[in-house]
Design a protein around this ligand. Structure first.
Ligand SMILES: N[C@@H](CCC(=O)N[C@@H](CS)C(=O)NCC(=O)O)C(=O)O
Length: 202
């Protein structure tokens, strides 16, 4: 299979982390939809990345569906709990929080690249506040635990790594490590995993 993406998209990074963590063989093709000669819309009518092309040509999108699909391909590890409804909900909720941070960070980024007079400061503030609140919430829930949910790695951890890496890329001025030392310690530990180092290598 082939994962189509970019090296900056946080949703792509989430999908890639899932494939790497589960050791699912795949090629990674860089094809940002913003480039005029992008082929992404030929596979995904939404014209968005990530898009996962299966060997029979089926295109899987978006990152939520890619993660769910990939997680059913093997059990090493299981990233979305299967039998326990409450644990499953907590993992999906963790993913939703991380995706929400990505969504807001992209809104802020898109505002900031507009010409100075056209940026809507109110919109920037609204979405930055949402990110700040969500980080506080996540750090509060995490406490000194090793994983976001339960006692093993899950999709919630991988999605959060992708969201935090994107904040570091687009909002380097946001000092979330000082605000939440427990989150920083968790992130440092996760950063040493081979899936994370491999995802960062390209
Ligand atoms: N909810 C989608 C969001 C996908 C998305 O918005 N991807 C962005 C990249 S960050 C995109 O492809 N935007 C089109 C573009 O860059 O032109 C997901 O989880 O996959």
């Amino acid at each position: 299979m082939k994962l189509i993406g970019s090296t900056t998209s946080p949703y792509v990074r989430k999908a890639r982390l899932v494939l790497l963590e589960k050791n699912i063989p795949h090629a990674f093709m860089v094809d940002p939809p913003s480039e005029p000669d992008s082929k992404v819309a030929l596979f995904n009518p939404l014209g968005r990345i990530p898009a996962l092309i299966l060997d029979d040509g089926t295109c899987v999108f978006d990152s939520v569906v890619i993660a769910e699909y990939a997680d059913t391909l093997n059990d090493t590890p299981i990233l979305i709990p299967r039998g326990d409804a409450l644990a499953r909900m907590h993992v999906r909720r963790g993913e939703a929080l991380a995706d929400g941070i990505m969504d807001s960070a992209i809104v802020v980024r898109n505002e900031r690249i507009r010409p100075a007079g056209k940026q809507e400061q109110e919109n920037i503030d609204l979405h930055n506040s949402s990110i700040t609140r969500t980080l506080e919430y996540i750090a509060g829930q995490l406490g000194q635990r090793e994983w976001c949910v339960g006692d093993c790695i899950s999709l919630a951890d991988l999605a959060l790594v992708a969201a935090l890496l994107y904040l570091d890329l687009r909002q380097p001025e946001r000092d979330w490590r000082s605000a939440h030392p427990n989150l920083a310690a968790w992130f440092n530990r996760l950063s040493t995993r081979s899936s994370v180092t491999a995802a960062l290598a390209e």
